[in-house]
Design a protein around this ligand. Structure first.
Ligand SMILES: [Zn+2]
Length: 281
């Protein structure tokens, strides 16, 4: 229920992702591009030809104080005007950030141009750091996406630029304005070391009408310092937290096409049933 098409920073087109989802035998599928609904709309139109249930999705960039807290939106009506307007704003901010990062790379005498990035973006509408990382691989500056993030693009690395963005409260309101359901993705990336702190964030988000948490997520493919033990403890905590607070439990791989596998995160059958009931599928 969490992956990216080439309309944001994924490699595969919505059509290719639908085929992959079918091949992996998924029961439920959603494309959740960063600040973009074009890909998920294309997939929704074609989804009748497949045996799994399809939900429209989006992953909205947001920040609370200095903490990056993204918000997933599901099953919304994408024709709602407010959603469109805000997304244009977010896409513009993404572009501005790319130019700032390019300037920093240039100061470091690294030869990456906007044309290189455009080649990676292709038909996409939502430029992001993975596009930059892929351009850097092609230019032989780095060998892997991870290396690009660890050396240059990651938080607090020399070419890092913070992007102006909306707050999680605004993101949740946007999802609600399209009658969608707001879910917190990869919660342990928000705060995985200190579960008490995570709980404080969750309480805030719930007060703003968050309805679910992506409890099942593959943390292994993302830059994180969390140990396996911490991840296991976090997932257990979140699962109990959702049950106690009557929150929807979801799962996703955050598949972009260049690492991990679509469908590699398996959500327990009972939870899949709950999700299907929740969305009347
Ligand atoms: Zn994602």
């Amino acid at each position: 229920m969490h992956c990216h098409s080439n309309f944001s920073d994924g490699i595969y087109s919505p059509e290719e992702l639908l085929e992959l989802a079918q091949k992996e035998g998924l029961k439920l599928f959603s494309i959740t591009d960063h600040d973009a609904i074009e890909g998920t709309n294309v997939a929704e139109k074609m989804s009748n030809n497949y045996s799994f249930a399809y939900l429209t999705g989006i992953e909205l960039s947001a920040r609370y104080e200095q903490t990056k807290i993204e918000i997933l939106g599901y099953n919304f009506d994408s024709t709602k005007a407010r959603l469109h307007e805000k997304m244009m704003f977010l896409q513009e901010k993404r572009n501005e950030r790319i130019f700032k990062i390019l300037r920093k790379l240039e100061e470091m005498n690294l030869d990456v141009t906007y044309d290189d990035i455009l080649k990676q973006i292709g038909s996409g509408v939502s430029p992001g750091r993975p596009h930059l990382a892929r351009a850097m691989i092609e230019k032989k500056i780095v060998k892997t996406i991870n290396e690009a993030f660890e050396k240059y693009l990651g938080n607090e690395k020399p070419a890092y630029v913070q992007r102006e963005t909306i707050t999680p409260q605004e993101a949740i309101e946007l999802v609600l304005s399209g009658n969608g359901t707001a879910v917190l993705p990869h919660p342990l990336l928000v705060e995985g070391e200190n579960l008490q702190k995570l709980e404080e964030y969750l309480e805030l988000l719930i007060s703003w009408k968050l309805e679910g948490i992506e409890v099942y997520y593959d943390y292994s493919h993302i830059e994180t310092f969390l140990s396996k033990r911490k991840i296991k403890a976090g997932i257990e905590f979140l699962s109990n937290y959702c049950k106690k607070n009557d929150l929807l439990i979801t799962g996703g791989t955050d598949f972009h096409g260049d690492s991990g596998m679509l469908g590699s995160v398996r959500v327990p059958k009972e939870e899949i049933k709950n999700i299907l009931t929740y969305f009347n599928l």
